[in-house]
Design a protein. Structure first.
Ligand code: AHR
Length: 662
């Protein structure tokens, strides 16, 4: 009798437990469409950190091509008789080299360029070598020999691609020749020999793959630009980040220096050269070869709304406590003018001063700029005092442009609390929030935006990433928590209108900051799990939020919600419902999805389930194993408007169904 009673109790208990499991039912209300999701919702943040521009997305393979680094021959090794001159043809880049006869027919004059951690070239591809040159003593036939060499080779010859160029004028002229290597080499050297007797002057020595993104000369690395396009980004922030501000105002990003002929764009110091002395890169400069024109063009080509951030006259506040480091409020005029001129450069018609410059570069049509950010991570009363003047001037000249202000470097706390009301007072359109935070923060912030003021400025989550505690590098669990947190952005799409993970790129040999979204070496690119998280959101962002609840509450990872985060959207053009669910726990969870409010004739068809999962929480994709963790798609069917989903531990799942009539 006692045994029977025990069995009965066990049965009741297990039935109760399974009932408890049933409470993970997610109810998706299909009847009413919620807030519109902005096309800008998920996008990109670009900053020239980690060799993201020169040595990265910008496809130039020669470092210090204009001899303007403070150590004029940095990146170069010279042999024979080479001297640096400073009266070259480009006013803002006056230095160049003179190659002279070494004094003996068996000796050689020339120079090697080391590229960015070597020069990466691929077998069978074409590379355009170009140079500005002249014969300083006149005459008609000087020669240089150009080679791609593998210096650590045991082969009979170090060179694996060779061409000659004849220099035929006393006047500066641009010359070019194609190199077609017959082997792939990640770390080759560019070698140039003086191949005739008289002296030859060389300036702006450049080597580009012909096969760049969209085939542009002065173009971008195709694989990296393609990775950006493949996200389907809605917005594209540029040029940063702290780089906007500069360590001092002289080294802030000056957009006007980044346009026009590349030969005459002056060099800028890159603050990420020395910001972290423990990751010091003395040869990190900005050629501005990837400048504002190239940025606007890329934005257009990948379908993202450009969002430039300009200096507000404050040098990096982390690095400058002396108020004299900043522009006094009453002297901000030229900075404000820079912002207005940038809008004109993007949108002005071809009769305007800056619109004409854009047209001269090859784009007479407007770039349709709609947003501008003033200042990066600024704080204190000195920021609103300056921002106010920008807001007034921009509103007056360009009421159509939306202005982004900043809430400082922290996701909460004193500055954040001070700046948000200030941003409301100044009536900016969006406020840039930054959060590089640990796991605990991401797990606790699922409801962050649920109670934000619906009447104030909108949110631009302009820089964020999960920085694992003691694990500040890319790994699956951190990315999973980013996905979990993003359900809260999506549910609050009436408030959060833009979000950009940061930073974007990192060279495996030259990084200063981790984690990053895309890693690369000289030949390959790797899309991290965080990349796929961003891509899954951007490609499945939908057009309207719809209500998704569990036991009547939004699913925010709150206590009693079994570590689940979820959101749902309707996508008008594809007529589909998209549900994102993240299981952040080590347990398999039964999570039935129920679609409420459908009409009798409605059917849910073409069901797919896209899953991003790894059983190794510390792993990520690498150059060696670029596809270790990628989204996997399977088909699923809904029975009776419900799907009995079972979520593996630590999984980000996207479900998508088309609504069709029977
Ligand atoms: O993304 C790296 C840096 O983080 C950005 O430059 C800065 O805005 C933030 O502090």
């Amino acid at each position: 009798m006692r045994i029977r009673r025990t069995l009965f109790t066990a049965w009741v208990l297990s039935a109760a437990l399974s009932l408890a499991a049933q409470t993970n039912e997610l109810v998706i209300q299909t009847k009413k469409l919620g807030a519109e999701i902005q096309p800008t919702m998920y996008g990109l943040f670009f900053e020239d950190i980690n060799y993201a521009a020169d040595g990265g997305l910008y496809a130039e393979l020669v470092k210090n091509r204009s001899f303007e680094f403070p150590q004029h021959l940095m990146g170069w090794k010279t042999f024979g008789k080479v001297s640096v001159q400073d009266d070259g043809p480009f006013e803002r880049n006056p230095h160049y080299v003179r190659l002279s006869y070494p004094g003996h027919p068996q000796k050689h004059t020339g120079l090697d360029n080391e590229g960015f951690f070597g020069i990466g070239v691929k077998s069978g591809e074409e590379y355009r070598f170009s140079v500005w040159a002249r014969l300083p003593e006149g005459g008609t036939a000087g020669k240089i020999r150009i080679e791609l060499v593998k210096t650590n080779s045991n082969a009979e010859r170090q060179a694996f691609a060779t061409q000659e160029l004849t220099i035929d004028s006393k006047e500066w002229k641009k010359y070019q020749v194609m190199l077609k290597p017959d082997m792939t080499e990640a770390k080759s050297t560019l070698r140039i020999f003086l191949a005739s007797q008289g002296p030859i002057d060389l300036e702006h020595i450049s080597l580009f793959p012909v096969d760049t993104w969209k085939g542009h000369e002065n173009g971008l690395r195709k694989d990296l630009a393609q990775a950006l396009a493949d996200i389907h980004p809605g917005v594209f922030r540029f040029p940063g980040g702290c780089i906007v501000e500069g360590t001092d105002l002289n080294t802030r990003y000056n957009w006007k220096n980044s346009i026009g002929p590349v030969e005459n764009r002056p060099l800028n110091e890159n603050r990420w050269q020395y910001t972290f002395p423990h990751r010091f890169f003395p040869d990190y400069y900005q050629s501005y070869g990837l400048g504002f024109y190239e940025y606007f063009l890329l934005s257009e080509e990948i379908g993202a709304a450009p969002l430039p951030i300009v200096s507000c006259g404050l040098a990096c506040q982390f690095q400058n406590t002396d108020p004299k480091a900043h522009v006094p409020v009453e002297e901000l005029g030229s900075y404000i003018q820079d912002a207005l001129d940038l809008i004109e450069f993007a949108n002005g018609d071809t009769t305007s001063v800056w619109g004409r410059k854009r047209a001269a570069m090859g784009h007479p049509a407007s770039f349709h700029l709609k947003f501008i950010g003033i200042g990066n991570e600024q704080w204190g009363p000195e920021y609103p005092a300056r921002l106010e003047l920008f807001v007034k001037a921009i509103r007056k000249a360009h009421p159509e442009i939306k202005i982004v202000g900043s809430s400082g470097p922290d996701s909460e706390g004193k500055q954040f609390e001070y700046l948000w009301p200030e941003m409301k007072r100044l009536k900016v359109d969006l406020v840039d929030e930054h959060f590089y935070r640990p796991e605990s923060w991401f797990l606790s912030q699922g409801a962050r935006y649920d109670n934000y003021d619906r009447k104030g400025p909108k949110v631009f989550a302009g820089e964020y990433a999960c920085h694992g505690k003691g694990k500040k590098w890319n790994h699956f669990y951190a990315s999973l928590l980013e996905a979990a947190f993003m359900t809260g952005m999506e549910r609050n799409a009436d408030v959060v209108q833009m979000a950009t993970y940061a930073p974007l790129f990192a060279h495996v040999d030259g990084w200063q900051w981790r984690p990053d979204m895309i890693w690369f070496d000289n030949l390959n690119a790797v899309r991290t799990v965080s990349y796929y998280v961003q891509q899954l959101y951007a490609q499945n962002k939908g057009t309207n939020v719809i209500s998704l609840t569990m036991n009547g509450k939004p699913v925010t990872g709150a206590e009693g919600q079994d570590g689940l985060f979820a959101s749902a959207v309707w996508d008008g053009p594809t007529h589909s419902y998209i549900v994102k669910v993240i299981n952040t726990t080590d347990k398999t969870l039964r999570v039935p999805l129920t679609f409420a409010g459908l009409k009798r004739q409605d059917e849910l068809t073409n069901g797919i389930c896209i899953k991003l999962h790894s059983s190794d929480l510390d792993s990520d994709n690498t150059i060696e194993h670029p596809f270790a963790i990628v989204p996997e798609t399977t088909s699923v069917s809904v029975y009776d408007r419900a799907l009995d989903a079972e979520l593996e531990p630590y999984t980000f799942t996207v479900y998508k169904f088309t609504k069709s009539a029977k």
